[in-house]
Design a protein around this ligand. Structure first.
Ligand code: GLU
Length: 461
């Protein structure tokens, strides 16, 4: 069944942003210049493991700077916070990704998201040889993604043959003993980590894993120890979007990391990972469409991480049952009882609770889709719902429309204390089918209406 309004929303967002054609594909590494400027994908994966994707979300491209966040987490696991902080600070540099932002006294790079800090971080991860370091890194990616990753050999060669500035940075780091071993070995792994091939879906999975406290939401495998998740998300928040990081966190409000390959991964802790891929970059190196998508999604659903009071996923559905398990209180004849116990599974009740925002709407829609697949009637009870977010309401009303189109009956109960909500939903939904939609004051009345329909249909057949 394709009755998913979040999917529809993302498709519309993709259509809207596909018209943006400003920005240019990175060409300072010749191989990157070969990307198609029109590639454009969006993927969103929730901590429950629900996957939404649109456009070129399965087109492979190189991860570039987004790898810096993964390696930072790995270095923290391998060496611990203190050892890592002694080599790489966590202050935003306010400068370009390839700036030589080093502390004057110690030579310590400003943060792990600029090249200097990332190269120093590669030096920190376990492995005495480049091969050992790389294989350790690839194992880590496999945990995040649930599948192995490979290197784009052409991009790697191109990075290596043109990476003179990175070499200069590495020598400075060696000079101040931030890197304690051979710079060529470290750089080789750095160039390779930038050249790893990922898709937008992969990046969303990385985001969802970070959002899920370090556990991949589909495989359940731990990719990062939960005690280091806040550290990685913190540097993504303060330094992840090059010298646009301050404005980004102010406007979008999600820790994120972008790369010159055109990818952006954003994380809403406890909720989802969002990834956008579009290789047209602005002058700071961020994907132009990527920024537009994240800004719009965040604004539409009020997703800034400092918006508080959201319902948590596990608390959204108070109860889910069907009319065979819990029929109405009405008294029926034995034959009617027999029919209703046979056909009662066609009536599903979902009792929703908590504030109704983006994540709760997504969960309700997802649950409802599963529940209604083999049923004909859906009763959604809002008695326990508090605040109702405007855009979340739009998602739900779009969803109800799509159920009508599939000839499913939807009844909403428990809204009497919430007149404003009832008004808003009535404005949006033209009740064309002969469903009472909003006219049943409570679940029992709604159940009775559905039971009458079931009985009428069975008798007429
Ligand atoms: N490979 C790139 C470099 O070091 C990474 C750049 C990026 O994505 O910011 O030049």
């Amino acid at each position: 069944m394709n009755a998913n309004s979040l999917q529809n929303y993302l498709e519309a967002l993709h259509r809207d942003c596909a018209g943006i054609d400003t920005g240019a594909v990175a060409s300072y590494i010749p191989e990157l210049g070969k990307a198609d400027p029109d590639w454009f994908g969006i993927a969103l994966i929730t901590v429950e493991g629900h996957v939404y994707q649109v456009g070129d979300s399965r087109q492979p491209f190189t991860i570039q700077s987004i790898s810096k966040a993964i390696t930072y987490g790995l270095a923290l696991e391998d060496r611990g916070t203190e050892a890592v902080l002694s080599k790489v600070d966590v202050e935003p540099s306010g400068e370009a990704f390839n700036s030589i932002s080093l502390e004057p006294e110690t030579g310590r790079p400003k943060n792990p998201m600029i090249n200097a800090g990332a190269i120093a971080t590669v030096a920190l991860i376990e492995g005495n040889t480049p091969v050992a370091k790389l294989s350790h890194m690839l194992d880590c990616y496999e945990k995040y993604l649930g599948h192995p990753v490979v290197i784009d050999e052409d991009v790697y060669r191109s990075e290596k043959s043109t990476g003179h500035r990175n070499r200069a940075i590495a020598y400075l780091l060696r000079n101040s003993n931030i890197i304690e071993k051979d710079t060529d070995d470290v750089l080789d792994v750095y160039f390779k980590q930038c050249s790893l091939l990922v898709t937008c879906e992969d990046l969303a999975m990385i985001g969802a894993t970070l959002a899920n406290n370090g556990f991949n939401p589909l495989t359940g495998v731990r990719a990062l120890q939960d005690r280091y998740v806040p550290a990685v998300l913190s540097v993504m928040s303060s330094c992840g979007m090059y010298d646009y990081s301050g404005a980004w966190i102010y406007e979008v409000g999600m820790p994120a990391k972008s790369g010159v390959g055109g990818g952006i991964v954003a994380v809403l802790p406890g909720q989802f990972g969002l990834a956008v891929f579009s290789p047209r970059l602005d002058e700071r190196g961020n994907s132009v469409r990527g920024i537009a998508v994240c800004k719009k999604l965040s604004a539409d659903f009020g997703l800034h991480m400092f918006h508080i009071g959201r319902a948590t996923a596990s608390s959204v559905i108070h109860a889910r049952y069907d009319a065979a398990q819990f029929p109405s209180k009405r008294i029926y004849e034995p034959e009617q009882i027999r029919i209703l116990s046979e056909w009662g599974q066609k009536v599903i009740v979902l009792e929703i609770q908590g504030d109704f925002a983006f994540n709760s709407a997504e969960i309700v829609i997802h649950e409802s889709m599963r529940a209604i697949e083999n049923a004909d009637f859906l009763i959604m009870d809002f008695t326990r719902v508090g605040e109702i977010d405007e855009r979340a309401l739009t998602l739900i009303t779009d969803f109800i429309h799509s159920l009508f189109e599939l000839s499913k009956q939807v009844l909403i109960t428990g809204f009497c204390q919430k007149h404003e909500f009832a008004k808003r939903i009535k404005q949006r939904i033209e009740v064309t089918a002969n469903s009472p939609l909003l006219d049943c004051e409570d679940i029992d009345h709604a159940l009775q209406w559905c039971e009458q329909n079931l009985l009428a249909n069975r008798v007429s057949k």
